[in-house]
Write a protein that binds this ligand. Structure first.
Ligand code: NDP
Length: 318
């Protein structure tokens, strides 16, 4: 029996994996989803107890300190230290407990700032990350270094995936530390409380011009489960929508405004920082393995997320 422990199991991606696995159960797998209430992965002893209790054979390591542009900019040291501690505790405890496979999460936002496009898996360490999120980026990059070390010294198959921006149900909608889609959703929700939105202004921070690839959490969940079951390489793999599916922040804002049926004005506050202009990633490696994988159309995924948020507002992370 394979015992799969999912750290960060209560977060955006963890909840999506729970959702997908409900309909994709295999007899030889037992899935366990844990959050910070089950163990503080920043603490070695707490991590050790968690592994001793569940005795996993496989780990999907999602737990991380995660935040949007503005939270990253003001807390780079916290992002660096908290993530380094969690990652080292999880990977080393996995090794000590003979876990045969670990799939950890990097992110496309950790790639070098000055880079050629499209970005691919070979470029992770090719230069400094964008100054806005250097703490998070360096902590994440070290996962890949550690994975190589565990392979070279101990023959372990500890690997990593590199998702682009994720969105979906169970995201973090807090106004101060959310990513762009849940942040905009939160503001639209508040604006649309009153049915008459004609005279209201929806302000989007930044110029609206930066381009991003967004993956629906349900699609990402399916791909991470595939990596766990089928992808047998230490080398990271980018899990992103196709390059042609890249969206500008303005397109995202307009799609959200339409989905919320917002009738007022959309305004771009150009005095706010834009972050990296683009970070287009190539999913060519993924496409070699899964040429026919169908990503959920953006508008449909946004609709499902907005419907979920409206229905679950009281329990959502606001
Ligand atoms: P969330 O912020 O939604 O969830 C974070 C998870 O980590 C929660 O389950 C949280 O537990 C857990 N956690 C945080 N701190 C600790 C701790 N000290 N001990 C134990 N558990 C802890 O994150 P996402 O689902 O968005 O992200 C999952 C992974 O994907 C992360 O590694 C992230 O870096 C990566 N990623 C995310 C992207 C995105 O756009 N969201 C993009 C690319 C990569 P609890 O809720 O119980 O406190």
């Amino acid at each position: 029996m394979n015992v799969v422990l999912v750290t960060g199991g209560t977060g955006l991606v963890g909840r999506a994996i729970q959702n997908v696995i409900e309909n994709d159960k295999r007899k030889n797998e037992k899935w366990i989803f844990v959050g910070s209430k089950d163990a503080d992965l920043g603490d070695k002893e707490s991590t050790r107890k968690l592994f001793e209790h569940h005795k996993p054979t496989h780990v999907i390591h999602l737990a991380a300190m995660v935040g949007g542009l503005f939270h990253n900019m003001s807390h780079n040291l916290d992002f660096l230290r908290n993530n380094i501690h969690m990652n080292d505790n999880v990977l080393h405890t996995a090794h000590e407990n003979n876990v045969v496979k670990v799939v950890s999460c990097l992110s496309t936002c950790i790639f070098p700032d000055k880079i050629s496009y499209p970005i691919d898996e070979t470029m992770v360490h090719n230069g400094p990350p964008h100054s806005s999120n250097y703490g998070y980026s360096h902590a994440k990059r070290l996962i890949d270094i550690a994975n190589r070390g565990y392979y070279d010294q101990h023959g372990r198959l500890y690997t990593s995936v590199i998702p682009c921006n994720v969105f979906g149900p169970h995201d973090n909608f807090h106004p101060n530390d959310s990513h762009v889609i849940p942040g905009l959703m939160r503001r639209l929700y508040d604006l649309c409380k009153d049915e008459n939105t004609k005279d209201k202004v929806f302000t989007v921070l930044g110029s609206g011009k930066p381009l991003r690839q967004f993956i629906y959490s349900i699609d990402l969940a399916k791909l991470i489960i595939w990596v766990l079951r089928e992808y047998d390489s230490v080398e990271p793999i980018i899990l992103s929508v196709d390059e042609a599916q890249e969206k500008s922040i303005a397109q995202v804002a307009e799609t959200l405004a339409q989905t919320f049926n917002f009738k007022g004005k959309v305004v771009y506050d150009t005095s706010a920082a834009d972050g990296q202009f683009k970070k287009t990633a190539s999913n060519a490696k993924l496409r070699k393995y899964l040429p026919d994988f169908q990503f959920t159309p953006f508008e449909q995924a946004i609709k499902e997320t907005v419907d979920w948020y409206i229905k679950n507002y009281d329990q959502a992370r606001n």
